[in-house]
Design a protein around this ligand. Structure first.
Ligand SMILES: NC(=O)c1ccc[n+]([C@@H]2O[C@H](COP(=O)([O-])OP(=O)(O)OC[C@H]3O[C@@H](n4cnc5c(N)ncnc54)[C@H](O)[C@@H]3O)[C@@H](O)[C@H]2O)c1
Length: 263
């Protein structure tokens, strides 16, 4: 399949792009022509992704930032704008999950998940949008929700709350920013084999006594397409939402899940 070049001349940020889905999205944006800043708590993996982007003859920056530290976000945006001269696209992807029975979740665990997934996403949207408004040329914001944002979850309740919250924040931001032609959408992936999923599998095996891998295999069986996603399939949707091909889509949460959810 040939990859379109819809993003030539665009400057983008992908958070949590040191590995997993974020890594695939950063590479896809670069393949489509964008310069891409990698923001990740892990400096080494951020540098590795940035080098892969430079090998595609696109500009890249690697920034090590803990995005649950809201006080660091405005400076992160300023650094990218200083490097690229502008900001057209941000993909708010960095996230964490904690598998824990509802009755056992601590305040600290709740805060860690909400601070990164929901609060971090909110303030990244706000800081990026302030820059896009200043530029006056519109912009694209894509937020990473999940099928876990569609329903509550007994063993990952803080995560589900954060991902449902991201859908609400996506709608609010889309309403607030429409007059600037800044389009804001969310993606709800289903099962994507990444280090996060390995952790989920390990935690479920440890907590509930499953044999490792069986919980994921049972879940994959419930997917109408009978398989997990490739990270590149999520990346293709993100690139579409970052491009002019989605110019009349805003405030949406799009399931990319092989048919697991249909609402
Ligand atoms: N893998 C899936 O099946 C799946 C399904 C639905 C939604 N998602 C969502 O997609 C996103 C990416 O998931 P993934 O599976 O690639 O996860 P992952 O754990 O493999 O990668 C997450 C990345 O975020 C970075 N990160 C973690 N904490 C950070 C922080 N405080 N500040 C900055 N960066 C930080 C990590 O270093 C890592 O590079 C997440 O928001 C996740 O909730 C994943």
């Amino acid at each position: 399949m040939s990859i379109p070049t819809r993003l030539i001349g665009k400057a983008a940020i992908v958070t949590g792009a040191g590995r997993g889905i974020g890594h695939a999205m950063a590479l896809r944006l670069a393949q489509e022509g964008a310069d891409v800043a990698i923001v990740d708590i892990n400096q080494e993996s951020a540098e590795e992704t940035a080098n892969e982007i430079r090998a595609l003859n696109r500009r890249s920056l690697a920034l090590s930032v803990d995005l649950s530290r809201i006080d660091l976000i405005a400076a992160m945006i300023d650094e990218v704008v200083a490097g690229f001269g502008r900001l057209d696209i941000i993909i708010n992807n960095a996230g964490r999950v904690e598998i824990k029975p509802f009755l056992d979740v601590t305040e600290k665990e709740w805060d860690q998940t909400i601070d990164l997934n929901l609060k971090g996403t909110y303030f990244c949207i706000q800081a990026a949008a302030r820059q896009m408004v200043k530029q006056g040329a519109g912009g694209r914001i894509v937020n990473m929700s999940s099928v876990a944002g569609r329903h509550g979850r007994a063993d990952s309740s803080a995560y589900a709350a954060s991902k449902m919250g991201i859908i609400s924040v996506t709608q609010s931001a889309a309403l607030a920013l429409a007059k600037y032609n800044i389009l804001v959408n969310a993606i709800c992936p289903g099962i994507v084999p990444t280090p996060m999923w390995d952790q989920i599998d390990d935690d479920r095996a440890r907590l509930f006594g499953y044999e490792k891998g069986t919980a994921r295999a049972a879940l994959v069986e419930t997917v109408p397409l009978k398989r997990a996603a490739e990270a590149e399939e999520i990346a293709a949707t993100a690139a579409f939402l970052a491009s002019d091909d989605s110019s009349f889509i805003t405030g949406q949460a799009i399931n990319v899940d092989g048919g697991m959810e249909m609402n």
